[in-house]
Ligand binder design. Structure first.
Ligand code: BGC
Length: 495
């Protein structure tokens, strides 16, 4: 065990039995190769379950069809607005997409806070706030008199309903329906019904409703500007699109940020929820819900269970709760409290601050492992949490952070291995070369996450050569790109 070696070698103060006890408690969080293979196999089964028409209703991995049928061809152009809700920040963007051979995308954006009471208040208040931020942004750019097309990156599980029209052009095709709404009688945007809130959101009256309708209603209530909502996109899809713009091998999108999820291009013949067998469609897997059926219970620990029980959505998004930024710090905090109670840390004394939910931020995990002077860093973080720590305490806390982040990266790798292998088998190939577009604060900030995830994918799916391409602002840009294509297609369809 790494811990034992490190601790025993450098610090004689930590006696052998203490090291053994710590290792015993961390043991269940160190995943063996066999365990990872098993998790990957179970994940693959759940993917099949979500795709099947008969099995989907009871599947936890919902495999939501997006009606995005291919990736951008680079001929899109125009001026677009985009909203990005569901990550660390809420943002409004103006995106200029140029078709001058340079495939240039220019962006201006403004970050707005969403106060916690709005995240958990009424849906009307939330959408009024979104409309207000949009108005403020348009005021700043002096474009309030223009009716610009808008793409909405809404990073929550949405069931997008079909759709009676479909157009295709170039490499990119989106299916749209003519949706009748009160305010815009013929709007070319698919209905996007929120299945369930995830992460820190819990606004009332939104689950089961079409989010485009709610946004339009909020804009109409203000009455000071108009907007043409053209597309609603999940952040994974936006990320795949953005990376696909530069790399045509990019057929998977992955987010490891506040939440975690992935999308990929599936063969239409396997997408039983949508008619038609030709070509491919992007599937928003909503992989965060893997394990909600109980199939991960033999690998979850009491700390995972505690984090789940105290969350806004107990029993839901169990895989996400073992992987993503919203939860890793909380898992560490629970372990630290437990170790202290057992007398293994902080001379058995728990500070009041450490008892506060959410106080151990996931960014600490990144900071602790980034710094060459890691132990000093740990000490100052612990001090900030009101904890008097010894050098041994710092070593133990660092080890806990390492184990939890490593497990998250490996779990992510196990899910990704199942996806790439499925794509390879779908295409009847002995080997597959594929690119994954990735975004998210945890992936970007943690110094070892990407390496561990890559190694796991390589080990579990040796027949696939997988490149991970970090997206530059995938969710915002992706929404604008999809909007751009949708507009182009719509215009072609109107002639
Ligand atoms: C949501 C997904 C989203 C992911 C990453 C999850 O909580 O359910 O729709 O893609 O977070 O933002």
């Amino acid at each position: 065990m790494i811990a034992s070696h490190l601790l025993a070698y450098f610090f004689t103060e930590l006696n052998h039995s203490q090291v053994q006890r710590i290792d015993k408690y961390l043991y269940h969080m160190r995943l063996s190769d066999e365990t990872l293979q098993e998790i990957s196999n179970r994940f693959r089964k759940d993917m099949e379950k979500g795709l099947g028409a008969d099995t989907n209703p009871t599947a936890s991995v919902k495999m939501l069809p997006t009606f995005v049928r291919s990736t951008p061809d680079g001929t899109e152009e125009g001026n677009f607005l985009a909203l990005d809700l569901g990550g660390t920040n809420f943002r409004v963007l103006r995106v200029k997409v140029a078709d001058n051979g340079s495939k240039k995308v220019e962006m201006e954006n403004q970050i707005y806070a969403i106060p916690e009471d709005l995240m958990r208040g009424s849906g009307v208040q939330l959408f009024d706030h979104i409309a207000e931020c949009l108005a403020n942004f348009m005021d700043q750019l002096e474009i309030k008199d223009q009716k610009l097309p808008l793409g909405f990156t809404f990073s929550f599980p949405c069931s997008q309903t079909k759709l009676d029209e479909g157009w295709s052009q170039g490499r990119f095709e989106i299916q749209y329906s003519k949706v009748e709404t009160n305010y815009s009688p013929r709007s070319w945007v698919a209905e996007s019904v929120l299945v369930t809130w995830t992460k820190g959101f819990k606004s009332s009256g939104v689950e089961g409703r079409d989010v485009v309708g709610l946004l339009r209603e909020a804009i109409r209530r203000r009455g000071d500007f108009e907007i043409d909502v053209v597309a609603v996109v999940n952040d994974t899809v936006g990320t795949m699109m953005t990376c696909g713009y530069d790399d045509h091998n990019c057929e998977i999108g992955l987010i490891v940020g506040t939440g975690s999820n992935a999308c990929y291009m599936e063969e239409m013949k396997n997408v039983e929820l949508v008619d038609g067998d030709e070509g491919r469609m992007c599937i928003n897997m909503e992989w965060g819900a893997f394990g909600d059926s109980g199939c991960l219970d033999d690998f979850r620990t009491e700390f995972d269970a505690a984090v789940d029980e105290n969350s806004l959505n107990p029993g839901k998004q169990r895989f996400e709760k073992m992987i993503s930024g919203m939860y890793l710090g909380e898992i560490v905090r629970n372990i630290l409290i437990d170790f202290t109670k057992r007398g293994l840390l902080f001379r058995g004394r728990i500070s009041e601050r450490l008892k506060t939910r959410g106080i151990f931020e996931t960014k600490f995990l990144s900071q602790i492992e980034s710094d060459r002077l890691a132990l000093l860093q740990v000490r100052s973080i612990l001090q900030h949490l009101g904890l008097e720590s010894t050098c041994d305490d710092s070593i133990i806390v660092k080890e806990v952070c390492t184990v939890i982040a490593r497990r998250a990266a490996q779990l992510c790798g196990a899910g990704m291995a199942a996806v790439v292998d499925k794509i390879r088998e779908n295409r009847g190939l002995d080997s597959l070369k594929i690119t994954v577009g990735v975004d998210g604060t945890l992936y970007k900030l943690h110094p070892h996450f990407s390496t561990v995830m890559r190694e796991t994918v390589k080990q579990l799916s040796p027949k696939c050569e997988v490149t991970f391409l970090q997206s530059e602002d995938g969710s915002g840009k992706g929404a604008a790109l999809i909007t751009a294509v949708a507009c182009r297609i719509r215009e072609a369809g109107q002639h």
